[in-house]
Write a protein that binds this ligand. Structure first.
Ligand SMILES: Cc1cc2nc3c(=O)[nH]c(=O)nc-3n(C[C@H](O)[C@H](O)[C@H](O)COP(=O)(O)OP(=O)(O)OC[C@H]3O[C@@H](n4cnc5c(N)ncnc54)[C@H](O)[C@@H]3O)c2cc1C
Ligand code: FES
Length: 279
């Protein structure tokens, strides 16, 4: 659980995206693409889920990449090489189904780019043809460009403010790629991770072309072992626990409105706690 390396991958104003390499031999041996860990920074802290972005079995490490969103990620960002986490559990969640689909589109928005990376790598190893679309608010917040470009057959970047790549949203590129039924038929899978409005819009676009679309949901989690019910999501009208039944689901069947509301439940308290800690 000791931090071996730390790197600031991106910074814009006070927003940081940080990469940590952590010694975790057992997790590193077992982890598969799509899985995550739950960690605690200190004894009294909350538990937060983070995707296992990479692993190095030889060096017994896993890589986590996170954006400083609130108290826990900011406290995590203050740790340095040599420091240890208070607790780390994983690998959790179901691995991504990695098959030979043919042509696949991967879409990553913001820190979701880190979450599509292990899936892109695994799909490439299965000889899929990868089209990658990355989106960031601004150039300074774009991460993993080179790593994803290397394993992509087609590669696109958008920034909201036009400081890099195409000005606009990942969905603009997606719509162009699928702009006719004939073109759309070439793609067998769309895999997307990012903010809820992004994943929801992608789902609307791909559903009109009937393309299988998988999203990794960022439902709020507490124990991440199926005990507390906090990460409830509704998919195809049925209740699932995102931690043990997911985190990936068929985007076309997700109740997006409910997910959006549930993810905001603690927003006021989160802000209050950050103010208390002056962080
Ligand atoms: C399976 C999964 C994998 C994730 N992987 C990554 C990743 O690789 N990198 C990354 O930067 N972020 C990832 N997240 C989101 C990350 O867990 C939240 O950013 C983090 O918990 C925020 O905590 P905080 O105290 O810093 O911020 P807060 O201010 O407490 O929260 C900011 C927002 O983060 C979400 N959040 C807060 N607590 C939790 C929680 N316990 N579980 C889930 N979401 C929460 C809420 O939407 C909240 O509004 C993942 C979430 C899930 C469910
Ligand atoms: S986090 Fe408690 S049931 Fe999923």
């Amino acid at each position: 659980m000791k931090i071996l390396h730390k790197e600031i991958l991106a910074r814009s104003n006070n927003l940081y995206i940080i990469r940590l390499e952590i010694i975790a031999p057992e997790i590193s041996r077992k982890a598969k693409a799509g899985q995550f860990v739950v960690l605690m920074v200190n004894e009294k802290g909350e538990r937060i889920p983070l995707t296992i972005v990479d692993k190095d079995i030889e060096n017994a490490t896993i890589t986590l990449i996170f954006q400083e969103a609130g108290l826990t990620t900011k406290l995590l960002g203050r740790l340095n090489p040599g420091d240890s986490l208070y607790a780390l559990v994983g690998p959790l969640g179901n691995p991504t189904e990695i098959e030979r689909y043919g042509r696949v589109i991967l879409v990553g928005g913001g820190v979701g780019i880190a979450e599509i990376y292990p899936v892109a790598k695994a799909l490439k190893e299965k000889e899929n043809q990868i089209t990658t679309i990355l989106g960031a608010r601004t150039k300074d917040l774009l991460i993993l460009e080179e790593k994803l470009k290397k394993i992509s057959d087609e590669f696109y970047i958008t920034t909201d403010d036009g400081t890099y790549g195409r000005k606009g949203f990942v969905t603009d590129i997606l719509e162009e790629l699928l702009s006719s039924k004939i073109k759309a038929m070439g793609y067998k899978l769309v895999y997307a991770v990012g903010p809820i409005p992004m994943m929801r819009r992608i789902s609307e676009i791909t559903s009109s072309y009937n393309i299988k679309t998988i999203v990794s949901l960022n439902a709020v989690m507490v124990d991440a072992t199926g005990m507390c019910g906090c990460c409830r999501v509704t998919v195809a009208g049925k209740t699932y626990f995102s931690c043990i039944d997911g985190p990936e689901f068929d985007a076309h069947l997700v109740d997006w409105e409910e997910l959006k509301k549930r993810n905001r439940i603690y927003q006021d308290k989160e802000k209050h706690i950050c103010n208390l800690y002056r962080i």
